[in-house]
Design a protein around this ligand. Structure first.
Ligand code: PLP
Length: 376
């Protein structure tokens, strides 16, 4: 029998999402309307905050861009960001006209290294964008202390960490401004999609308007199926709003989140159990009891990462590299090196993780990985 491919990640959908989409299609109101408002209300309940604090967008990247723009960050400004992140973090910063300043990370948590960030502070530094790499917010306290001491705004790239906690507090229930992603493979999806959560009134007002071309108070009108015919416009805006179709998918996923997240956590526990006795693989120490892992990243020691990556793929097990360091890209190349990032990049490997995997799949991945390491 042909061996099936074990996918690295995928959207995991039930009949609920399909029914919800059909309902929106039957209503023949596909754009931004009441479903988006409802999704924002249920997200707010999930975070334990007010619905006023949630602004849904059409992608997570748009959320990041819009959050920065709503803080008036732009040309001539600098934003501190770890190099080891999805290109979207960097592009969201440079889209405003600001410069993303690549920083190194902590060896243990892969979180932005504040000591390195401090070295890169200038009079132009306006904000810091920490990334919850592999869903871990460990390091946020240091980031907020650093931001406070240096009068910086904080835009958290929380694309990975939907549903995670930091010392008992849910990510999205506190802070300055956070951005989530609901793209197809994240902890919940709305097809594509994202959300800004902010505790700053001005950022909320600017981003609610900004997602609809900065037409003042258009968000509230659209939720009531009304339009603005004589717009008041004071800022550059974007078409970054979420659609009812997306919100319907997102709502169905949010209502399934308990199952989806428990499955992810169970699979991660299986990985940890299987890999604990494998000395050539180092699992990250991210406080797994408090997080809902979006990706499961391990370090492959002894210079064998490439070999293992290719071997897994040859065995029909997809794996990934999260991420190619941004400071090595042509567009963002730095004159300085980031030794921890560069060293860790040569070791990391992302193993398959999504709620439709079985424990047998994880066992299969781990035994194949161990076999490859034994023969490497
Ligand atoms: C997914 C992701 C984003 C962007 O979200 P999209 O919804 O795909 O635009 C940003 N940062 C990180 C770290 C991500 O993983």
């Amino acid at each position: 029998m042909e061996k099936k491919v074990i996918r690295l990640s995928k959207s995991c959908l039930s009949d609920e999402e399909k029914k919800a989409v059909l309902k929106v299609l039957d209503n023949e109101f596909l754009g931004m309307g009441n479903d988006v408002k409802l999704f924002e209300e249920e997200l707010a309940q999930f975070f334990g905050i007010s619905a006023e604090n949630v602004v849904c967008t059409n992608t997570g990247t748009a959320a990041l861009h819009l959050a920065l723009a709503s803080m008036d960050i732009g040309l001539g400004d600098e934003v501190l960001v770890p190099s080891l992140t999805y290109l979207a973090s960097f592009q969201a910063i440079s889209a405003t006209g600001a410069i993303p300043v690549a920083c190194d990370i902590n060896e243990a948590t892969l979180f932005i290294d504040i000591n390195d960030a401090r070295k890169r502070l200038t009079s132009k530094t306006k904000a810091i964008m920490p990334v919850h790499y592999a869903s871990s917010p460990l390091g946020m306290e240091e980031v907020y202390n650093f931001a406070k001491a240096n009068d910086l705004r904080v835009v958290e790239d929380a694309a990975h960490s939907f549903g995670s906690y930091l010392k008992g507090k849910k990510v999205g229930s506190f802070g300055d401004t956070l951005c989530f992603s609901f793209d197809g493979i994240k902890n919940i999806t709305s097809g594509e999609g994202g959300a800004i959560v902010s505790f700053d009134e001005s950022v909320l007002k600017r981003s609610k308007d900004g997602r609809l071309l900065s037409v003042e108070d258009d968000s509230a009108k659209r939720a009531k199926n009304e339009r603005t015919w004589k717009p008041i416009v004071k800022y550059q805006g974007f078409r970054y709003h979420m659609s009812n179709v997306m919100a319907a998918i997102g709502l169905a996923q949010l209502r399934r989140f308990k199952d989806l997240s428990e499955k992810r956590q169970m699979l991660v526990q299986r990985y940890l159990h299987n890999l604990i006795d494998e000395s050539r693989v180092k699992v990250l120490d991210l406080g797994f009891s408090e997080i809902v892992s979006h990706i499961f990243v391990v370090k492959i020691l002894g210079g064998k990462r490439e070999y293992v990556f290719n071997g897994l793929v040859a065995n029909k097990i997809q794996c990934g590299l999260h991420y190619y360091p941004n400071h090595l890209l042509d567009l963002y190349r730095t004159s300085y090196s980031l030794p921890v990032t560069e060293n860790i990049y040569s070791q990391i490997l992302t193993l398959p993780l999504h709620p439709d995997l079985s424990l047998d799949d994880v066992d299969n991945v781990c035994s194949t990985l161990k076999r490859l390491l034994a023969e490497a």
